[in-house]
Ligand binder design. Structure first.
Ligand code: SF4
Length: 263
């Protein structure tokens, strides 16, 4: 599955010019940072208790999760930070969080199973509640901002704690083999590119959903042609899904016609 690999490469290429800090993961991190307390449920950070907001005041606020099987893109668990860490930030700042998630080759399946896996992995952000770090997700506006609490900063909250919490949450999925978390707080980072990248990521996932629900298999009359032209493997996946589901209904001529429609 290479569906999101070009999107991952785009993010990594866009950041090559910038300097990254590699933050400690697991046992390499301070015990407090490695096991930052989780509130266990959604909690509020009121404005009066807030030090600042990542992505506040309409500044860029991008959160994206991209799945791959490519070990060269995500070799091991890793946390990279581009820009100031949480204790170094004093005011609202632009923000991007990308989670690059490598899954096992034999775990992904096809059709519903693949779609559900991708969605469930992306939903990890709704299941973590690090103390003092309140995620505010707006799917309709494609924004993921964060309110950071003053008292949590005094207790040592930083991106090492948050990155480790995210890796732990993603590693709960049995398909996941490694996770690269990227945080960006640099003022001059290419946030527009990250936002566009997120839009395309959502289009790819929506196309998989369409393939599962819609019986239209005529590429010429399909509104998703552009995205299928661009993303390697999508077209093959659609016809593969139908091939699986319709095995008994297709004769050889129909199968040939179907394969001819794959560009
Ligand atoms: S493969 Fe063709 S029919 Fe299927 S979603 Fe893509 S463009 Fe549409």
């Amino acid at each position: 599955m290479r569906l999101y690999d070009d999107r991952i490469c785009e993010v990594l290429t866009a950041l090559t010019e910038q300097e990254a800090r590699e933050l400690p993961v697991g046992d390499a991190a301070d015990q407090r940072q490695c096991n930052w307390p989780d509130a266990g449920r959604a909690m509020m950070v009121l404005q009066s208790d807030m030090a600042y907001e990542l992505g506040g005041h309409h500044l860029p606020a991008v959160g994206n999760t991209l799945v791959t099987m490519d070990q060269t893109l995500v070799p091991q668990d890793e946390i990279l930070l581009y820009g100031p860490d949480l204790p170094e930030i004093t005011t609202d700042t632009p923000y991007a969080r990308m989670a690059l998630v490598r899954v096992a080759e034999d775990s992904i399946g096809t059709g519903d199973q693949l779609y559900n896996m991708i969605q469930n992995i992306g939903y990890f952000r709704y299941h973590i509640y690090p103390k003092g770090f309140m995620l505010r997700v707006s799917s309709s506006n494609d924004r993921e901002s964060v309110r950071v609490a003053k008292d949590a900063l005094q207790e040592g909250l930083d991106f090492t704690a948050i990155g480790n919490a995210m890796i732990r949450a993603l590693r709960l999925h049995k398909e996941v083999e490694a996770v690269k978390i990227i945080f960006v707080t640099l003022p001059q980072a290419p946030y527009e590119l990250f936002q566009e990248n997120l839009k395309k990521t959502k289009q790819i996932t929506a196309t998989i959903d369409h393939m599962l629900k819609d019986v239209n298999m005529d590429c010429n009359s399909c509104g998703l042609q552009e995205i299928c032209d661009e993303v390697e493997g999508l077209r093959e996946m659609h016809f593969g899904i139908k091939e699986q589901g319709d095995d008994s209904c297709l004769d050889d001529t129909e199968t040939k016609e179907m394969n001819d429609r794959i560009k």
